[in-house]
Write a protein of this length. Structure first.
Length: 94
């Protein structure tokens, strides 16, 4: 099975956006995040799966704890995936 790696740089204006559109069926096996500078108070990232015309803010969270952007810089964070939320992604899912 081939693997896809998705990397995106986010900034303070990156709110509820799309960073990936699946071109084929796949399964999310890991999510990792690292911040190189600290975000503002409460800054965090939640990776969501969206289907159809679903808005990014309405997507299903794929992990149980947000990636903390106020945490120690340059430390990789690996939030726990939520298998019950459907880690299977169909072509066209975002």
């Amino acid at each position: 099975m081939s693997r896809e790696f998705v990397s995106a740089q986010l900034d303070a204006n990156s709110v509820d956006g799309v960073i990936f559109i699946a071109t084929r069926p796949m399964r999310v096996s890991a999510i990792r995040g690292v911040n190189s500078t600290n975000g503002g108070s409460g800054a965090a990232v939640t990776v969501r799966k969206c289907t159809g015309t679903e808005a990014p803010a309405s997507g299903v969270a794929l992990h149980s704890t947000a990636i903390d952007l106020v945490a120690t810089v340059n430390v990789v964070q690996s939030p726990t995936l939520i298998p019950a939320e459907g880690l299977e992604v169909a072509a066209g899912d975002r």
